[in-house]
Design a protein around this ligand. Structure first.
Ligand SMILES: Nc1ncnc2c1ncn2[C@@H]1O[C@H](COP(=O)(O)OP(=O)(O)OP(=O)(O)O)[C@@H](O)[C@H]1O
Ligand SMILES: [Mg+2]
Length: 220
């Protein structure tokens, strides 16, 4: 259409901000499996220059959790808040060659595909920051307010941070418990089997990183 004609036409606008509750739930179904979800989180660790990434799964607890801990650059609180934002970067922005990220979605959509509670603890310059998306809270409030936890002493995984680094904690593993929420033995068996398969996949995917550049990846 001719630009001048287009400008002459009256345009009405209306705010169409997405509803937090439905958009965030929709992010659970981007087609991730446990393997690819873990791989996306580990991609971030590699982009952050980690030399060690640990995967720790507490499968026997009443509330099972999965922890991915790295010794990368870590994030300040401002950076962490940005990292937790859905769509935290512009895909057309220039990236460093080792940066595997693109859309600013991976951490959130990969995590939500497996769990309803994502907590990220990060240490940078001796300062610890902690933020959480709990999908039950978002559903209730239907807004984008992110929880910042000043007291993170009860967050599982804190013990894996000493110097700079980041710990990603998945809790409320509703999809991974495979419908065995109330049957502890079956739940543990199901989780262990899924994690065993995922570990094999991760060893293949990160083969290059496992062998190269003196980087050590320990899957526990
Ligand atoms: N382990 C980590 N250590 C340091 N910074 C991290 C870590 N994980 C995420 N980040 C920061 O959070 C940002 C958002 O991560 P996220 O995975 O959501 O998106 P992305 O990696 O930028 O793009 P993509 O959607 O392709 O994954 C990253 O760009 C990075 O700056
Ligand atoms: Mg990413």
């Amino acid at each position: 259409m001719d630009r001048e004609v287009e400008q002459a036409l009256p345009i009405r606008e209306v705010d169409a901000t997405p509803y937090a509750a439905s958009l965030i739930e929709g992010h659970r179904d981007f087609g991730y499996s446990l393997d690819t979800a873990l791989a996306d989180v580990i991609d971030n660790s590699i982009s952050a220059g980690s030399t060690s990434v640990q995967l720790i799964a507490n499968t026997t607890a009443e509330e099972p959790s999965i922890i991915i801990a790295d010794d990368g650059s870590g994030m300040s609180e401002t950076e962490l808040v940005e990292a937790m934002r859905l769509g935290s970067k512009n895909p057309s922005d220039k990236r460093a060659s080792e940066d595997l990220g693109r859309f600013g979605l991976g951490l959130k959509s990969a995590s939500f595909s497996q769990c309803r509670s994502l907590t990220v603890l990060s240490v940078k310059d001796s300062k610890t920051s902690c933020a959480r998306w709990d999908l039950d809270r978002v559903s209730k409030r239907n807004d984008w307010s992110l929880e910042l936890l000043d007291d993170h002493s009860s967050v599982p995984g804190l013990e894996f941070l000493s110097a700079d680094g980041t710990v990603v904690v998945w809790e409320k593993l509703d999809r991974l418990v495979g419908g065995y929420g109330d049957d502890r033995a079956k739940r543990v068996g199901h989780l262990n089997e899924a994690l065993g398969l995922a570990e094999r996949h991760l060893r293949l995917v990160f083969h290059r990183f496992l062998e190269g550049k003196n980087q050590r990846y320990a899957f526990h």
